[in-house]
Design a protein around this ligand. Structure first.
Ligand code: ADP
Ligand code: MG
Length: 685
């Protein structure tokens, strides 16, 4: 091993100032060696380069000022043991009051007449400018002023000063950080060198340097990730998959449908069939807006699977949806196949499980219950996950792991831009369903406030009178399912007795027993219940084409994608459909969401806007996509760098797919390391 490698790989406890106790703390942060430590990037920076005059301060400025102290610190105590300390300073250009909260350590420190450098924030209070202290140093012992200081995310037991000095000592101890990207790539993409970037990201001289350093690390993070994902996909293509020899059997199924498939549905089925024939395992994502008809695509693929002698399984995120799929499939397949429903609440499970294992059932439809350890298949050939965004990656892979060479399909109603899909679903092939069944009209969407709720209800009444049905999504109480359940009961009662006494109002909430939910859903589907009051349990998948109005209370409480999903419960038949969003909120972000909802029905545009408003982290939920946590890149704001990285990735894979040559040695190591995080496989063998 070269000296450099030894240095960079040396365990964290050998870094100056770390010691045994801190080693454990660092390990908790995922830092085991020097290399990990230098990749622990600052969260933000404190710009302490300039010392400002007091006369230059304005509200909100965060900066350093230098002045002698005029008064001793005065203490004022408030309720809840809160104390505020303050003292006056004057630097010749003006005087200002410096204050800080409950931190007695500064009380004694300041001596009258001595000059200090104060770092903090100017704040205007009742027209008076004051200075809220963050940190102070005696002017003649200054160590921090004149620099841009890194601010690291901390953990208990390691403070900012500790971390800064440890990292600084590592920087001093290593002459040159060796680049692991091939020089050609660095040059072509105009990247800062690894050595310079490493020093600049921790201790930048100016913000321009920092930006360049950051771009370099964002690029390398996304580049390595994208490259790794491509290798994963590539490896899958070399694995053995089940071959379904008879594909034409699907024709009979398609012919039996009461409608003509859309062009995009046909294309999706064709792509799936190609996978079935190919000899490599399918790993495919079908993206299609709500109501685009994904279920029947999955059904066709399952039909072909069973005709070829294998079992097929479908997993849905809610019991309501699993039930609905079960009924849909029974209708579609009649008595041709034996279909099992497997959810948490089905009875006679022991026998059911034994029968599934014995191959008595051709198709199994269910919830998470399907992936439990005690569920075994005789010969699972194909599995589908519906509404994949509701599942974690590990849950999805648990389903496919129930059979070795199984084909895997996941379905999603939240379309995302291609660039993002390439990295978030980088190991999947993607099929997009980009049209809708003929005759579908846009859902007219209105946003109203409380005061015209009465009129909204009248509108609902008119539709009910014409034989249609409606959903009303209840007001949310809090982040508590139980309380929501209680309030939904009262709400439904009120609608039944006071607003719609002439119609039958039904109720669906998460705390109801599965049987009760099922019953209400059936009665709604049969038209016996005219108006269904529901909590968000109906958010995904529910399909009742006769329902044409969706009223959403407290619309401000929902994210855009969720609103779009809820709205997607209507507009599933030939009837003109409507969505009424009720909210009193004037909040800017809420207004933007409502505006988006009322102006478009396009799921693609909506998810774009949702991404923009919420950022990637929230949009995708924590780690839900299964990628390792990104250290520095932000998939939304760094989209341009992502594009560069993807282009570079493609080019490298074309020119040097096996990463031959000494220039690529360390890059190869990086990718192998990345793979450890996914599945521990060695890709270059
Ligand atoms: P989603 O993509 O949201 O899962 P579904 O699969 O639930 O959508 O389909 C929505 C509705 O459209 C269902 O009632 C389904 O029977 C119907 N449907 C699907 N494909 C077609 C088609 N090609 N023509 C007419 N109706 C269709
Ligand atoms: Mg669906």
């Amino acid at each position: 091993m070269s000296d450099y490698k030894k240095l960079i790989n040396s365990p964290i406890q050998y870094v100056k100032g770390v010691g045994e106790k801190r080693t454990a703390l660092f390990n908790k942060l995922g830092i085991y060696n020097v290399e990990d430590l230098i990749h622990y990037f600052p969260r933000e920076y404190e710009d302490r380069r300039h010392i400002y005059n007091i006369s230059q301060l304005s509200d909100g400025m965060v900066c350093c000022i230098k002045a002698p102290v005029l008064t001793v610190a005065a203490e004022r105590r408030f309720k809840y043991n809160l104390a505020v300390y303050s003292l006056a300073i004057d630097d010749g250009t003006g005087s200002i009051n410096v204050f800080w909260f409950s931190s007695p350590k500064y009380k004694r420190k300041f001596e009258r007449g001595v000059e200090y450098i104060f770092y903090g924030k100017a704040v205007s209070r009742n027209g008076w400018l004051q200075f809220e202290l963050i940190e102070a140093e005696a002017a003649d012992k200054n160590t921090k002023t004149g620099k841009i200081l890194p601010v690291y995310p901390l953990t208990k037991g390691i403070n900012q000063t500790n971390l800064r000095s440890m990292i600084a000592s590592v920087m001093d101890g290593i002459d040159f950080f060796e680049d692991f990207l091939p020089q050609e790539i660095v040059r072509k993409n105009n990247l800062m060198s690894y050595d310079k970037a490493m020093r600049c990201i921790h201790f930048p001289d100016d913000m321009d340097d920092f930006e360049k350093a950051r771009r370099r690390f964002v690029f390398e993070e996304l580049f390595v990730l994208q490259l790794s994902l491509n290798y994963m996909k590539d490896r899958r293509c070399r694995a053995d998959g089940l071959i379904f020899t008879d594909i034409s059997c699907g024709r009979a199924f398609v012919d039996s449908l009461p409608f003509e498939l859309t062009g995009a549905q046909k294309r999706a089925i064709r792509e799936i069939c190609d996978d079935f024939k190919s000899g490599t395992p399918m790993n495919r994502l079908v993206q299609g807006d709500v109501g685009s008809g994904k279920t029947v695509v999955a059904a066709c693929a399952m039909y072909i699977t069973v005709c070829n002698g294998y079992q097929a399984a479908l997993m849905a995120p809610t019991e309501i949806l699993a039930n609905q799929h079960y009924n849909t499939f029974k209708n579609l397949f009649g008595d041709t196949f034996k279909i099992a429903l497997l959810t948490g609440s089905v009875s006679g499970k022991k026998k059911l499980l034994a029968d599934i294992e014995a191959g008595e059932y051709d198709i199994v439809i269910g919830t998470h219950a399907i992936i439990e350890d005690n569920v075994n298949f005789k010969n699972l050939g194909f599995c589908v996950t519906d509404e994949q965004h509701r599942f974690g990656v590990s849950q999805r892979s648990k389903l496919s792991s129930k059979s070795q060479f199984c084909h895997v399909l996941v379905m999603s109603a939240t379309p995302i831009p291609r660039t993002l899909a390439l990295i978030l679903y980088g190991d999947l092939d993607i099929t997009i369903i980009d049209d809708k069944p003929a005759g579908r009209q846009d859902i007219d969407t209105f946003c109203v406030n409380d005061s015209i709720r009465g009129r909204a209800y009248n509108f609902v009444r008119k539709q009910l009178a014409e034989g249609r049905q409606a959903y009303v999504v209840c007001p949310l109480v809090e982040e508590s399912e139980s309380l929501d359940a209680v309030s939904s009961v009262q709400f439904a009662e009120k609608l039944q007795t006071q607003v719609f006494p002439e119609y039958k109002v039904g109720l669906l909430h998460g705390k109801m027993k599965a049987k009760e939910k099922d019953e209400v859903m059936m009665r709604f589907k049969d038209g016996e219940v005219n108006l269904l009051v529901a909590t968000t349990v109906i958010e995904v998948g529910v399909d009742v084409p006769n329902a044409n109005i969706m009223v959403i209370e407290n619309a401000e409480r929902f994210g855009l994608s969720q609103l779009h999903q809820l709205r997607g419960r209507v507009g599933r038949g030939d009837f003109k459909s409507y969505c009424v969003l009720i909210t009193n909120s004037q909040n800017d972000a809420t207004q933007q969401r409502m505006q988006t909802m009322t102006s478009t029905n396009d799921g693609f545009k909506i998810s774009q806007k949702d991404l923009e408003l919420r950022g990637c982290g929230e949009f995708f939920g924590t780690r839900q996509h299964g990628l390792p946590e990104l250290k520095i890149a932000n998939l939304f704001t760094d989209i341009d760098i992502l594009k560069d990285a993807q282009m570079q990735c493609e080019e490298l894979l074309t020119n040097n797919p096996h990463l031959y040559g000494p220039d690529c040695e360390r890059l190869k190591e990086r990718i192998t390391h990345m793979f450890d995080k996914f599945d521990g496989a060695d890709i270059f063998n």
